[in-house]
Design a protein around this ligand. Structure first.
Ligand code: MG
Length: 255
């Protein structure tokens, strides 16, 4: 072992941290979209996140009536309800940068060309529990068949989605978004981590980051866009910060 590596490990163990959690990682919220020519949940936002070298690029997915997993944040796009539309109906629509609404398969095809930036796949809450489970199963099928399971973390507000993901494979990395479950409950239910709103982790339950870490759960916070909050969560040793401003966060992390 080189002297420098040895000293680094000694230093980290004195500080009570391991290399796996030594530094907060950057997740680009809805991709790195805040750049000229891009749009939230677009293929270009994923390409930007990869070029930037983010730990992860977050995306929101729904399943259409005819079983295609597509990206969109809201329940509707330009008045069309994603979950009750066919893919053909959606394919005519354009994002603000002119791109069509991407499919998850198109996202996967870009993600699999590299091995640094993970997909942080948020499966949205559909009208029925069965559609939540159907969306979870189809998302997992596409990811597994593409051979990028190791590059994907799952997140959801829906317990139906999360339970189905954990049932399909207890090793799926599933983090819960909704903010009301304690770390102990998440651990008992087979979750990999928590991914809570900044006010939950800073104001309502500031003790949950430490509790989660002690239980071996990962910790992620959304959506943190200002310096003061970024600095707070970095000081708490949070594993991931989900942000619309990856460049600002990187600046703080490399200070
Ligand atoms: Mg999302």
């Amino acid at each position: 072992m080189k002297v420098k590596q040895f000293l680094a490990i000694i230093l980290m163990s004195l500080c009570g941290i391991t290399s796996a959690q030594a530094q907060t990682q950057i997740i680009a919220h809805r991709g790195y979209w805040d750049k000229l020519g891009s749009a939230q949940n677009s293929l270009s936002s994923l390409e930007n996140a990869i070029k930037f070298g983010a730990y992860g690029s977050e995306l929101d997915v729904w399943i259409t009536k005819d079983g295609i997993v597509v990206l969109n944040h809201d329940e509707t796009y330009q008045g069309v309800v994603i979950q009750t539309a066919t893919y053909a109906e959606l394919s005519a629509l354009r994002l603000v940068n002119g791109e069509p609404i991407p499919t998850l398969q198109q996202y996967i095809n870009i993600a699999k060309k590299q091995n640094k930036t993970k997909l942080i796949v948020e499966i949205k809450s559909h009208y029925t529990a069965e559609d939540d489970r159907r969306a979870a199963r189809e998302t997992v099928r596409l990811i597994n068949e593409s051979g990028i399971a190791g590059m994907v973390d799952y997140i959801s507000f829906s317990e139906h989605v999360c339970k189905e993901l954990i049932r399909l494979n207890p090793k799926h990395r599933v983090a819960y978004l909704n903010g009301e479950k304690s770390p102990a409950t998440l651990k008992a239910e087979g979750y990999w981590g928590l991914d809570y709103a900044w006010n939950v982790l800073k104001e309502q339950h500031p003790e949950w980051i430490k509790e989660a870490k002690a239980l071996g759960l990962t910790t992620n916070v959304w959506t943190v866009n200002n310096v003061e909050r970024m600095q707070y969560f970095i000081s708490q040793g949070i594993d991931y910060i989900t942000t619309d401003n990856p460049q600002l966060l990187r600046g703080l992390l490399t200070e």
